[in-house]
Design a protein around this ligand. Sequence first.
Ligand code: GLU
Length: 475
Amino acid sequence: MTSIRTRFAPSPTGFMHVGGVRTALFAWLIARQSEGVFILRIEDTDKIREVKGSIAQIENSLDWLGITWGEGVTVGGPHAPYLQSQRLDIYKAWAQKLVDAGRAYADPYTQTELEDFRDQAKAAKRPFLYRDHRPEQPPTWNGSQPLRFRSDPKNYVWKDAVMGELSSGPEAIDDFILIKGDGFPTYNFCHIVDDALMGITHVLRSQEFISSTPKFLNLYEALKIQAPVLATLPYVMAIDGKKKLGKRDGAKDILEYSKEGYLPEAMMNFLATLGWNDGTEQEIFSGDELIEKFSLDRVQKSPARFDEQRLLWLNGQWIRRLEIEDLYERAVDFWPECAQQASKDAKTQVLTLVQDRLKTLADLAILSSYFFEEPTPNWAMVDDNKQLSKLSRKEHVDLLRTSMNELSSGKFDSESVQTTLNHLLEVTGQKPAILFSLIRLGVSWAPFSPALNDTISALGQHATLDRLQQSIDAA
Ligand code: GLU
């Protein structure tokens, strides 16, 4: 396999959301699998839209996911600089080549004149094309007028590595701006120059650029550059599949997920399988497996749906797979206040118990606080429970009393506790869904907890009896 060079080329206009990061991930994967290079280039030519701090935010997001780049703004590389605003001379020189070859010209029109052309086209029910108004004798380009491409409108048929064969007619091609009046190049122009100079072999980007591709093909020809492999990634849609992912559906800063207790492994797994699968039923993929198995021809052509429940499920799966020491390290910032003073051993014991139940590391607060501090009885939780609400308060209290009796003697390791609990089922004639739920609430007053025998064995006999008594007192 020849070495693939890909780039991720975000504009520094704010935080990174799932769609953008997925593009970066796919580009990184195909570079990694050919032992090629993944480049981070920052496209900061639209100074008005720029948001301060975005570059660090982009780098931190990729860092968190373990998407490493071999060349880029902070790491440098053979094609530096990787910040487009520092490459203006390069674009100017390439623009001049086009001027010299008669393929670019200075735009002589004022805004009002351009508006008039647009209005005329509208009145005539024709699509507006700038090239219909190409000036016969354009002025010499002095850098202060917009520079336009003298296009060569024609039909195109091209192959997109994801979308397959695509085609367009001459109407898709116009004399677009290469360099704006402020001296900054347009995206349409400078990304092509940079991709060529940086030796990019595969361009992966979102669906929004597909309608501009005929223009790009036309410019590649004018510049005598061989076009790289083009791969268009379908949009990421909201779960209903009807609209593009918006803030309310989870299109938030990817780093927010880190703060909410998601693991980067789970996020990478989730992003990779947003519109890609390996053709089997496999759902869990590590980064290494993805590098081995990912391929552009298995990226689906239709938009992917962003299913946050699936992300949550994957996160739980990844948490389960962690070694306990590793989980301990990652969970450091997620303990509830009441656990701050607890020893590492005590926390590790709790982690062992709750590991399988954590969907996010943030669940630790709810799932663990009752191990470190006495809960406040909240009988409303019993009344809200479908099964438990069938019994009267007196029956609840009687059941807890009987449980206290049985639990007050005998050994308290988790196996012995299980034996006692089984015996309690016989004595009371209750179903586990009733008896165990009641005891669970009676000792934890938490919505869920690990296996009951493990939970009360970890609490110890004294605390268990104490809490049951307090719950009875509060009934
Ligand atoms: N700067 C463009 C963006 O942020 C990059 C598109 C591309 O990858 O070529 O959307």
